[in-house]
Design a protein around this ligand. Structure first.
Ligand code: SF4
Ligand code: SF4
Length: 183
């Protein structure tokens, strides 16, 4: 059966301590969308939704969807839809990055066209959070210009709090992770 959620049973300490995004968010940050330079792993569920919306996406990015993905699937079932595939990069950015402006066509489809938020790969919705082997963790902070890492970050929320809406949609939260989140 295809998973509608990914199960997590633990949360690392730094997820509970590190400051989250402040009011400036991604669009107010001078990061040049550096987190999108490497492409991303796309959940099978997101992949299917991307193909269901192919006309509008291809018109925006100017690339056929078949050219946007690597050929090999991960066969890793810790993704929505039980599998994932990597995006390709073009001109130094993920295939789905908007041309000549900040942002991503998949985020834009959710905010402007009311497409299900599950069209956005989980890894992109959760950033800088990530997961593996049932544990929610934080990425390696390699994007030095990212909003949450700035010295003037005035956020009073942790990264778990700022990403909580996505955490709750993507994960089935059990065990120690459930205790931490409900405390
Ligand atoms: S997640 Fe960070 S690096 Fe990526 S667009 Fe937002 S502020 Fe920029
Ligand atoms: S899918 Fe969108 S948010 Fe994710 S890496 Fe690609 S352009 Fe960035």
């Amino acid at each position: 059966m295809k998973k509608s959620k990914i199960t997590i049973t633990d949360i690392s300490d730094d997820v509970l301590k590190k400051k989250g995004f402040d009011h400036k968010g991604c669009y107010g940050c001078s990061c040049n969308d550096s987190c999108c330079r490497y492409g991303c792993e796309v959940d099978k569920e997101s992949y299917d939704l991307i193909f269901q919306n192919r006309k509008i996406i291809e018109k925006s990015i100017g690339i056929k969807l078949e050219e946007c993905f690597e050929k090999e699937w991960s066969d890793d079932d810790e993704y929505l839809g039980n599998n994932s595939v990597d995006t390709k990069t073009f001109k130094g950015y993920c295939a789905f990055k908007l041309k000549d402006k900040k942002g991503c066509i998949l985020f834009e489809l959710v905010s402007k066209n009311k497409v299900s938020r599950r069209i956005i790969p989980s890894i992109c919705r959760l950033y800088p959070l990530t997961w593996g082997n049932g544990k929610l963790t934080i990425t390696d902070d390699r994007e030095k210009h990212c909003n949450y890492l700035q010295k003037d970050n005035k956020s009073k929320k942790t990264v778990l709090e700022t990403q909580m809406e996505h955490v709750k949609d993507i994960f089935h939260i059990e065990g120690k992770a459930k205790e931490i989140i409900s405390s």
